[in-house]
Design a protein around this ligand. Structure first.
Ligand code: 6PG
Length: 467
């Protein structure tokens, strides 16, 4: 009896995905570089289930039904290249290798090209939703040939998150498109997390709310426009008490953020494509700044802030302003991410299905949020929309919530509370809606010192002034 699916790599994601797949009546073969992991799993969570442990690559491959569906959950980078190399000699035409690691989309395109002509399909299929998503139903972002997609679609449909009965995945495009969309997802994830953290920081430091009060605010927010997984877990995090100290656990956690690099990749790619992913990039810088803990501690003893922080007496109405500010900034962050996908479609010759991407993000993933429905409707109404902010729903939100964002940022600025992502969102909005930016001066300066030339507003052509 052969297995339906094979998984290589039994880290947390690999194990949970294996359990998810097996629970949908698939027999699953497993392979891990170190055999102890395989054995531990088979004698633990995997006991008495349809798993088949294998200990050599050849044995693993022979244990699979054809066309083989092999999911790699190994470390991105060299480990992925090595694993593919080990597999290929044993594979047959129409077999599908699926890279589900957080690989860079350009590596994916390169690997796909290398496999061209072998008859073996290579797909990039990203999962979002962390360990729990992998176990119970992730959002899935597949890229690769249509033929390969058809082979794996029933499996994806069985294991994915479902919202209103529809599975959260769609074929995004050729090789690289899956990893690309996951990268953009993570860019948005970084922005969303940073914006929420800034809202938390403002409420904590300007209003002086306790963890319990903050919990109530976030729990309340999760009932409205802001309803989302990240707001929900934030509310939950704020309830947790540290057993050792009896303080809120959140106050005991060191304020230095780690990162594995996908937010950085998204920002680097935005620079390559010339897309203003300013909130995403600012969110990466905010993590970098947080990691300079030692320097910040010294600077906090040396550099003064404002003498008199502002007094906010209208607590309830200020909380409402912060809610609106957060929502508007979040809309800007998603607008940036979706515009990045549009630029990528053009640059890489894809036709990313933006509305469907929004639907994919609706369940299972880290950035799942109620308002993704609105993004889907916006693209349904106008598939060629240049910017989400111009859609009637989002236009109304940003126009009416901008007052809140301005007020919250100015209060934070006066209080000396850093709000890099919130203010970047507002600058994005203000820049985007300004028809004449000060770039005329930049051009004049470039021409002044380097004769780089400029264009004029009143006639065609290229001009240079002898300054
Ligand atoms: C997801 C997450 C997941 C992972 C992040 C963490 O969608 O499930 O995005 O892939 O948790 O990549 O990234 P950082 O370590 O960079 O925060």
């Amino acid at each position: 009896q052969k297995s339906d699916v094979g998984i290589i790599g039994l880290g947390v994601m690999g194990k949970n995905l294996a359990l998810n797949i097996e629970s949908r009546d698939y027999a699953v073969s497993l392979y891990n570089r170190s055999s102890e992991r395989t054995d531990d799993f088979l004698n633990g969570e995997g006991l008495n289930k349809s798993f088949h442990g294998t200990y050599r690559v050849e044995e693993f491959i022979q244990s699979l039904e054809r066309p083989r569906q092999i999911i790699l959950l190994v470390k991105a980078g060299e480990a992925t290249d090595e694993t593919i190399q080990q597999l290929v000699p044993y594979l047959d035409e129409e077999d599908v290798i699926i890279d589900s690691g957080n690989s860079h989309f350009k590596d994916t395109m390169r690997r796909n090209e290398k496999l061209a002509g072998t008859g073996v399909h290579f797909m990039d299929i990203s999962f979002s939703g962390g360990a729990e998503g992998a176990l119970n139903g992730p959002a899935i972002m597949p890229g690769g040939s249509k033929k390969a997609f058809e082979t794996v679609a029933p499996l994806l449909s069985a294991i994915s998150a479902k919202v209103d009965g529809s599975p959260c995945f769609t074929h995004l495009g050729p090789s690289g498109a899956g990893h690309y969309v996951k990268m953009v997802h993570n860019g948005i994830e970084y922005s969303d997390m940073q914006l929420i953290s800034e809202a938390y920081f403002i409420l904590k430091h300007i209003l002086g709310l306790s963890a319990e009060e903050l919990h109530e605010v976030f729990a309340e927010w999760n009932k409205g426009d802001l309803e989302s997984y990240l707001i929900e877990i934030t509310a939950d995090i704020l309830t947790r008490v540290d057993e050792e100290t009896a303080s809120p656990l959140i106050d005991m956690i060191l304020d230095t953020a780690a990162q594995k690099g996908t937010g950085k990749w998204a920002s680097q790619n935005a620079l390559d494509l010339g897309v203003p992913l300013s909130i995403g990039a600012e969110s990466v810088f905010a993590r970098i700044m947080s990691s300079l803990k030692d320097e910040r501690e010294i600077a906090s003893q040396n550099l003064l802030g404002p003498e008199q922080p502002p007094l906010v007496d209208q607590r309830t109405s200020f909380i409402e302003l912060v809610r609106k500010a957060l929502y508007m900034a979040k809309v800007c962050a998603y607008a940036q991410g979706f515009m990045q996908m549009k630029a990528a479609s053009k640059e890489y010759g894809w036709a990313l299905p933006y509305g469907e991407v929004a639907m994919t993000f609706r369940g299972g993933c880290v950035i799942q949020a109620q308002f993704l429905d609105k993004i889907k409707s916006a693209f349904d109404q106008d598939p060629s929309m240049t910017n989400l902010l111009l859609d009637s729903y989002f236009k109304e939100i940003v126009e009416s919530y901008q007052f809140a964002l301005r007020k919250v940022i100015s209060t934070a600025v006066e209080a000396g509370v850093p709000v890099p992502a919130l203010s970047s969102a507002l600058s994005y909005y203000d820049s985007y809606r300004t028809d004449r930016l000060p770039a005329n001066l930049l051009q004049a300066q470039r021409d002044y010192f380097g004769a780089h030339s400029y264009q004029r507003i009143d006639k065609e052509g290229t001009f240079h002034t002898d300054w």
